[in-house]
Design a protein around this ligand. Sequence first.
Ligand SMILES: Nc1ncnc2c1ncn2[C@@H]1O[C@H](COP(=O)(O)OP(=O)(O)OP(=O)(O)O)[C@@H](O)[C@H]1O
Ligand SMILES: Nc1nc2c(c(=O)[nH]1)N=C(CO)CN2
Length: 169
Amino acid sequence: MVILIALGANLPDVAGKPPLETCQAAAAALDSLPGLRLRALSRWYRTQPVPPLPGAPTFVNGVARLEGDAGDPVALLAALHAIEERAGRLRPFPNAPRTLDLDLIDLHGLCREAPDPVLPHPRAHLRRFVLQPLRDVAPAWVHPVLRRPVEALLADLPTHEATPVPLQI
Ligand SMILES: Nc1ncnc2c1ncn2[C@@H]1O[C@H](COP(=O)(O)OP(=O)(O)OP(=O)(O)O)[C@@H](O)[C@H]1O
Ligand SMILES: Nc1nc2c(c(=O)[nH]1)N=C(CO)CN2
């Protein structure tokens, strides 16, 4: 039983905190959610915006693996949104630069289309900036719908996309 949450940021938060620090603080906030415990945190990666957005800053991305009883998926998504709000998250247009993004990738293998959250996250398997850190914390993970291991999903991705670069911290 595993809970996987992808973290990403490419703008300073409301207090001017840089993306890496915002992501680190968000990981601590995830560990504080009732009933949940942070079990592993990936390396942090520097990634290029996907799709490319001229002038947009590069992202910091990572994945957290948690365990525990998350309760209602809708309530868990609301809790993730509350953490994003505290970092000053705005949604001016699709794929806009953001102070913090938290995506629920997998919740105990649950598969559902509606209501939100859609599970597993419907675009996770297409995103190197999700799969690469996910492999750090859950190398044996298998996509609950596609039934493909993370390693195979990574191999399926087009090679022209820039590879996420681990940050030296
Ligand atoms: N598994 C999920 N994790 C996070 N958000 C989800 C999930 N399923 C559905 N959503 C919904 O997706 C919507 C868009 O989320 P958000 O604004 O964070 O998008 P985004 O990060 O710009 O793009 P993307 O959804 O492609 O990651 C939100 O209304 C959110 O409730
Ligand atoms: N590199 C990168 N690109 C993105 C990201 C992200 O976290 N990292 N998030 C997006 C929407 O969730 C869209 N594009």
